[in-house]
Design a protein around this ligand. Structure first.
Ligand code: FES
Length: 117
């Protein structure tokens, strides 16, 4: 079953947005017109990446940044290219846009839920 997150127009280019679902926490990045959805869990310590709401990107908006210890992740792949979890990846969630609404498939969330342990 699909879960609606928000109208796609609510996320500006080069911006990120966090979401809290009953199952897990997510964040969404819109970059170069593409949408990327990740579980909000840094592979380093298994905690949230951001200290301030929606603040997931570097100042230049060219990488996802973990506020805890500065790990940098590629926006389009979630691969950590710098920091203590270099070589690991954020957990990506498939998404779709239906009638202008950003949706995810909740079938992916139980897998993601295991990461919270
Ligand atoms: S918790 Fe993210 S870099 Fe340490």
């Amino acid at each position: 079953m699909n879960i609606s997150l928000c109208p796609i127009s609510a996320i500006d280019e080069g911006e990120a947005r966090s979401f809290i679902l009953p199952q897990t926490r997510l964040f969404v990045v819109k970059s170069v017109g593409n949408i990327h959805v990740y579980i909000n869990r840094c592979p380093h310590l298994g905690i949230q990446l951001q200290w301030q709401e929606h603040a997931f990107l570097t100042n230049e908006k060219d990488f996802i940044k973990c506020s805890n210890h500065g790990a940098l992740f590629e926006i389009d792949t979630g691969l950590c290219i710098s920091g203590p979890c270099r070589g690991e990846k954020l957990w990506a969630i498939e998404s779709s846009i239906v009638a202008g609404i950003l949706e995810i498939d909740d079938a992916e969330l139980p897998l993601a839920q295991k990461l919270e342990n």
